[in-house]
Design a protein around this ligand. Structure first.
Ligand code: ZN
Length: 407
């Protein structure tokens, strides 16, 4: 064997890092296609959804991953949506959705699931649209073409890193998430691998809008297994991580958690384009998403190097137990760390807008209740009835102001 050949052999036997395999350009390519107008917002049962799952399937096939749906890589399901949020008798429409499922077999006993939903709202007719009556496509670049690109790129990484991990990997792109986590619920109720063999589930939903000044990434579900503390110890990352223990949250990890599987959700934070036609590709932080995916690759490698995680139930977050009769019509800034509830966006025609509240305002009192954080706000909101008027105290540009607001 000559020296050059020897060198080549040595080089190829080294692990290839995620820094090399996951590139900004590939992330951009996936998101640009998935969030293009051609796919019309990827609503389940539409031509746009079909183009999206065909694209994802093509990527999995190119990597030689094994098909692990019920029909090749695909897993079809049907469901009924509620016609409107007020429809309690289920007169909704029948919809079809399709999950895309692929498997990396490392001949291991247990499997790590990496997933994210690829469906979105379609047009403004969707009940979850916050951009009503504008007849515009909701492209969902951050929600959740970003997470879908994440699943594809992590699959590519674990296939091509020249390491055989101690776990198998299952990659799933879910549909029907926006209609109520339908695709992930369907998967855990109709699994194509034994759920008892799942080490953990890692979900990415909205990972494309990293704030370059705070570099903050939220990680939900760290309380679902004591083993997670090891996985997040001694990581080298330029990102700042904010942890939340709860296994229940508004995305697909919840379906796995409810089957007693340790589950995480990575999220770069809420923004005012959420569920609007303005959630577009030009607002994605591609370099930021690469950092997030490098981080998830590193955490996953650590999880793949330790024994099967044990599951722990977490306390349900406060807001899950309060039911609201009223709404303020605002989007809270979940990343705000000061005292009060900061408004990220104000919805048109709703009580907050009518009372004169603006995005950026920080709510500090509602009626007699002091608002120090989002939980105080949720609790206070639960005490009001429709038609009731209350005082609201806010801070705007450091000035304290009071408004009357009718729910
Ligand atoms: Zn989403």
């Amino acid at each position: 064997m000559n020296k050059i050949l020897l060198l080549l052999t040595l080089t190829t036997s080294f692990k290839i890092s995620s820094a090399q395999l996951i590139t900004e350009a590939k992330i951009k390519k996936h998101i640009t296609y998935l969030a293009s107008d051609k796919l019309q917002g990827r609503e389940p049962g539409t031509k746009g959804e079909q183009l999206a799952y065909q694209y994802i399937q093509k990527q999995f096939k190119r990597m030689d991953l094994l098909p692990k749906g019920s029909d090749g890589y695909l897993q079809n399901f049907t469901y009924k949506t509620l016609a409107s949020p007020h429809d309690t008798i289920g007169l909704g429409k029948q919809k079809n959705g399709t999950n895309v499922v692929a498997y990396l077999d490392n001949n291991a006993n247990y499997t790590i699931v990496i997933g994210g939903h690829y469906d979105h709202l379609g047009y403004d007719e969707h009940p979850s649209s916050l951009d009503k009556n504008k007849k515009l496509i909701h492209n969902g670049a951050d929600d959740n073409a970003s997470g879908t690109a994440g699943v594809i790129e992590l699959a590519n990484y674990f296939v091509n890193n020249d390491v055989k991990e101690k776990y198998n990997f299952l990659f799933i792109c879910f549909s029907g998430e926006e209609d109520g986590l339908i695709g992930s619920k369907y998967y855990v109720n109709n699994p194509t691998i034994d759920l008892n063999t799942i080490q953990c589930m890692i979900n990415m939903d909205m990972v494309g809008r990293l704030n370059d000044s705070t570099k903050k990434v939220m990680v939900y579900g760290v309380g679902t297994s004591p083993g997670y503390s090891n996985a997040f110890a001694n990581l080298t990352t330029p990102l700042t991580l904010a942890f939340d223990s709860s296994g229940i949250g508004p995305s697909d990890q919840t379906s796995f958690y409810l089957k007693d599987i340790p589950a995480l959700h990575f999220f770069t934070g809420q923004h005012s384009d959420y569920h609007k036609s303005s959630d577009d590709t030009e607002k994605i932080n591609y370099a930021g998403e690469k950092l997030v995916l490098d981080l998830i690759a590193a955490v996953t490698e650590k999880l793949a190097d330790q024994p099967k995680l044990t599951f722990t139930k977490t306390k349900q977050p406060e807001q899950q137990r309060v039911s609201f009769k009223v709404t303020l019509g605002i989007m809270p800034d979940y990343t705000f760390e000061g005292i009060g509830l900061k408004i990220d966006a104000v919805n048109e025609g709703k009580p907050a807008e009518k009372a004169g509240l603006l995005s950026g305002d920080i709510i500090t009192e509602m009626g007699a209740v002091k608002i120090e954080n989002i939980y105080d706000y949720m609790k206070a909101l639960g005490t009001f009835k429709k038609g009731e008027t209350s005082t609201i105290v806010i801070t705007r540009n450091k000035n304290k102001m009071q408004f009357n607001l009718t729910f």
